[in-house]
Design a protein around this ligand. Sequence first.
Ligand code: ASP
Length: 438
Amino acid sequence: MDLKVVKFGGSSLADANQFRKVKDIILAEASRRYVIPSAPGKRNGTDTKVTDMLYEVHRQAERGEDFSASLKKVRNRFDGIIADLGISLSLESEFIKIEADLKKGSTAAYAASRGEYLNGIILAEYLGYTFIDAASCIFFNKDGVLEAEKTNECLKQLLKQYPRAVIPGFYGSMPDGTIITFSRGGSDITGSIVARAATATLYENWTDVSGFLMADPRCVENPRPIPVITYKELRELAYMGATVLHEEAVFPVRYVGIPINIRNTNQPEDPGTLIVPNADDHIPDTVITGIAGKLGFVSVSVEKDMMNSEVGFGRRILQVFEDNDMCFEHLPSGIDTMSVIVNAHDFKPKRASIIADIYRATDPDALVLDEHLALIAVVGRGMVRAKGTAARIFKALSTADINIKMIDQGSSEINIIVGVEEKDFNAAIRAIYHEFVK
Ligand code: ASP
């Protein structure tokens, strides 16, 4: 039997009108039994998300300032929704408690979490669903790491008792009961955790776009939507900046193979993007599934004759980065060269120390820095079967007169990464897109 866990983002619950759309969507299918709300988001371009308002309230409280006016604004947002929906619910006692807690020095996470908590109470009332406080079933350890198994067990038992419930996103509790949140956008993770515990057939993530597009619309005019994508492909694209879903949200459902469907609350008739464990029966007509990229990388290339026969050379270079507390992104290498691609923002302040350490550790013939590098990931499960994909990418770039600074094909063969100069970034994405999408 179908069971869907449905998560609604902040823009889907920004005002009463959005709440009405959400209710229609939920009631349209009896299988939509567990609902995860975000806090109310922006109603228009100049609006402020309730989460950000709450962080501001907390900042004022922390500085010992009078935060009553800011907290009142938050209250007005919620009271406005309640009044417009015509439900009889008072948040009076909730706000008295929140104010008292803030005066006692509660944390920023507690303050921020009240956005989803209160929105959850309203939505549960509006739908006639049970409200389950996430603090009672989403557990973190004392270091702030999610306790996945304990959470799963507790949620499973709870959901068995309540066939239809609203569980607010974004937060949970630590062993001493203190509230803690995921990183921003973390309601997506809560939805995934609940989908796993409910053994849902589908995790629907409702937002304000109709799923993933094959490329960023700021680069490519009217890019095609992606109907089906695998978790693996999504991970590659998300890492490179395709942000619709929180990066960590795939893990709980991926673990048990539950698909995620990204849907648009404002256009519920659109099928959106379906994220699946594997899509062998869903071969796209365009060898590639999507393109994403990021600016702001540096390539540190080390050259040394006979490097290939010097045991431990690679380790010594990487040790330098580790000692300087830096992650590396890619590691393309030649016979006598090895390049370490790193994030420019993190690299800049450590640059002098890293260069000095590499000289000391490896005594190189040359060390070349290539700054202002952009990386572009061309991702597609169809690439394993299609020959000549790399050739097509390179031809498209050379026709567009773009110089390739680096190439890296992951061993999974679903991802080819090219490095280009930052100034060529948009043109490169366009050239690759139009090579594969006619
Ligand atoms: N409301 C939180 C945020 O703005 C969490 C979420 O929406 O997922 O980041």
